[in-house]
Design a protein around this ligand. Sequence first.
Ligand code: OAD
Length: 230
Amino acid sequence: MKKIVVLTGAGMSAESGISTFRDSGGLWEQYRIEDVATPEAFSRNPQLVLDFYNMRRRELLKASPNKGHAGLAEMQDEYDISIITQNVDNLHEKAGSRRVLHLHGELMKARSSVNPDLIIDIDPENPEIKLGDKAPDGSQMRPHIVWFGEAVPMMYEAEREVGKAEVLVVIGTSLNVYPAAGLVHYAPAGIPVYLIDPQEVAVHRQGVHFIKKGASEGVAELRKLLKEII
Ligand code: OAD
């Protein structure tokens, strides 16, 4: 089976009703990164940060995978598919994708604020993290999210995975945030690269095939195009 590595961002889940970050009306127009998505923000005003992610979690619990997520899951029958996502939602998994690496953490998990390896599943029936909720080590629980300025622990694994790709697919990311955006450069030279996004995205790599569509239609078109080359 051909190894296809799929790199996804917020646009992958847009058709599921999850807000993107940098589109007009996106989250970073309504909130400042410095206020809700850095370790300093959590030290300064933990309530605001917890509220922001509690809201994201409530939004996620109302959402379902879209046809794009479902299409990628169906492709597992034909290809060796590995997904590397910047998304903190669990919609790839809900659609049935088996290999999903989360670069920026997971909304449905919490962790100790002193030990990044002490991670706890959040009960969807009780999805809020509250000030005073303690991890087993006694520290305040925090969202299991990689904030700006923090290390990206899964990066090495992601680089290795992209390095083994025979086809690379990029879906719904503005490629603004590093180190994730740099992953496209770890793909072996000369392999086919497809980029699905309704907007232009600047990607500094030769021979990228642009599919200027949303995730659902874009994945359907990708599947047709792959049948022609594989
Ligand atoms: P962005 O909001 O920066 O980019 C979203 C991309 O999705 C844009 O290129 C849109 O054109 C595209 N898009 C919009 N609707 C779409 C659709 N229906 N189908 C496909 N694409 C669509 O989101 P990311 O690149 O994922 O990190 O952002 C990267 C990181 O920045 C996030 O993981 C998050 C954020 O700050 C952290 O919070 C650590």
